[in-house]
Ligand binder design. Structure first.
Ligand code: ATP
Ligand code: MG
Length: 364
């Protein structure tokens, strides 16, 4: 290992930050930074460029408390990473442990045509952020201690996910039910996708929805979107889930069959998992299949709360294009109805257009 700076240090006290740049297959380089909190994404890429002159690096990753890799490709994501790192430093200080450097993993730009494990070229949203209300806070870093995974889950399960801790960033899309935002959760340093739905319902129904959503805390599958919590503010519910940087499959146009085959395996595994919990998805369609740059495919927006589905249905003006006939005609329906929607969705993704003459075009 090449050492440019030595040993552990009291980072918070000295305001010195050591970034350990991991080099694939050959150790690491430690970089001492004297103005940690002011550090910009560009500065880090410049240093990575000096360390790895052969590669064109456009992003890097760090690991969260679960060992999951989080990608950084903007100043905002840098802030989230530093905030998370400083909270771990504080915890180490409180426990009298040595301060670990901040480890980052450079990601080389893939040459055009190179694909991830599913063979799908994942589009990421790196454009300028369209700031949305509530206003974006640039304060840094969060002073709260890093929560262990179990602790965080407990806090979330107690309904402690709240509006004050969330900084809304970009708008990811609008659906029939509401709007999805990319957001930053200050206490955990996590990037979230928050779906905000306007619902004019009674307090009683709000409570019922919250209790019906509880099962989502128990969902644990790599084919299902991670759930962080939900809360009501006035007449709107915010549902916080894992952010998928590749977005949904409806924008990918025609997907080659060999790629689609692998995606189908993930989607079917996700559905089988839900069915094993006696949950019907009820809204299988390309816009509810999400992908990320780690090559994962995950399902979202499944109908876990009957009351939420019913409340949205009252104002629903969308299409029934993916619905099985028995659902449209109001008959009893089950797993086979999800399978119908799965078939239509995959026909659409394979053909690059909706399979029937009148139906939604891709990307709409
Ligand atoms: P509908 O309201 O009929 O379900 P929809 O699925 O297109 O339609 P939303 O569920 O509101 O609408 O989602 C809007 C868009 O937000 C999606 O098309 C998708 O691109 C994006 N999106 C949703 N959830 C996430 C997420 N967890 N990570 C990244 N992008 C997401
Ligand atoms: Mg959706």
């Amino acid at each position: 290992m090449l050492w440019l700076a030595l040993g552990p240090f009291r980072a918070m006290e000295s305001q010195v930050l050591v970034i350990r740049i991991k080099i694939p297959n050959s150790g690491a380089v430690d970089w001492t930074v004297h103005s940690g909190p002011q550090l910009l994404f560009r500065d880090v890429l410049d240093v990575i460029g000096q360390v790895l002159p052969e590669a064109t690096t456009t992003a890097f990753e760090y690991e969260d408390e679960d060992g999951d890799r989080i990608t950084v490709r903007s100043d905002e994501e840098m802030k989230a990473m530093l905030s998370y790192y400083y909270s771990t430093v504080m915890e180490q200080q409180v426990n009298g442990q040595l301060i670990e450097p901040l480890q980052i993993f450079p990601r080389a730009c893939k040459p055009p045509g190179e694909r991830n494990i599913h063979g799908l070229k994942v589009n990421t949203r790196t454009g300028p952020s369209q700031h949305t209300s509530p206003s974006v806070s640039d304060t840094l870093p969060s002073n709260s201690l890093k929560k262990s995974s179990a602790e965080l889950k407990k806090i979330l399960a107690n309904g402690q996910m709240n509006e004050q801790d969330i900084r809304y960033r970009d708008t990811l899309g609008h659906g029939n039910g509401g709007t999805v935002y990319k957001a930053y959760h200050v206490p955990s340093g996590k990037i979230l996708a928050v779906k905000v739905i306007l619902l004019d319902i009674t307090l009683e129904l709000q409570k019922q929805i919250m209790s019906e959503l509880e099962i989502l805390y128990k969902c644990d599958s790599s084919y299902i979107i991670g759930f962080y919590g939900a809360f009501f503010v006035e007449n709107r519910i915010s549902i916080c889930t894992e952010f998928m940087d590749g977005g949904s499959l409806d924008v990918y146009r025609k997907i080659p069959e060999h790629v689609l085959g692998r995606i189908a395996v993930a989607v079917v595994k996700g559905l089988t998992y839900l069915w094993s919990l006696k949950i019907l998805h009820r809204d299988v369609k390309p816009s509810n299949m999400l992908v990320n740059t780690r090559g994962q495919v995950k399902l979202c927006d499944f109908g876990v709360s009957t009351q939420l589905v019913n409340s949205i249905a009252k104002t629903y003006v969308g299409t029934n294009a993916y619905m099985a006939p028995e659902r449209i005609s109001g008959e009893q329906y089950g797993i086979h109805s999800d399978v119908w929607s799965l078939g239509i969705s995959f026909m659409e993704l394979a053909l690059g257009r909706f399979p029937y003459p009148q139906g939604p075009a891709l990307g709409q």
